[in-house]
Design a protein around this ligand. Sequence first.
Ligand code: GRF
Length: 195
Amino acid sequence: MTRVAILISGGGSNMVALAQSMTGDHPARPVLVMSNDPAARGLTRAAEMGIPTDAVDHRDFKGDRAAFEAALLDPLLRAETDVLCLAGFMRILTPEFTRRFEGRMLNIHPSLLPKYPGLHTHQRALDAGDTEAGCTVHEVTAELDAGPLLGQARVPVLPGDDAGTLAARVLVQEHLLYPAVLRRFVEGERAPLIL
Ligand code: GRF
């Protein structure tokens, strides 16, 4: 059984979708949900689902990224993590950390990468007048939002959309894409899934 840990920073809706998908004949199970914010609502949701949780407050490390990541790594190793999923995790991880999980670390990003790496993806798509937007699941490498593509889902940009309405439409697809990509990944499939 593949042991999956999930890193979150906020509500954790993607974490919930991933955790709910790992049942029955699914070859993976969630073993830990961890956040850089002890108050992240997703921690409560994970606990309600019976998943072990932990938190390492990045503010306790005052910019000492290496120390923060060492504290983050400990629970992951204790949980014997096989695959690490970033799901709404808002801290940038150093190459040293990502190298520890090279080839078994995934992230979901709310744009059609390589368009709009980084933040404020929906507003940037609107400002550019794009007629479509979406989300991408990719392997995490040292370069931000740039690892091998594992899946993408597209949505239309509709007249009258603002960043909020577009984000909500994309989020629905995120909750379909990420679980589907995780299962394929655990089963050894690396060809991108295009929904
Ligand atoms: C989502 O837009 C996701 O793409 C981004 O963080 C946002 C919130 O995700 N990574 P969640 O509800 O905390 O999973």
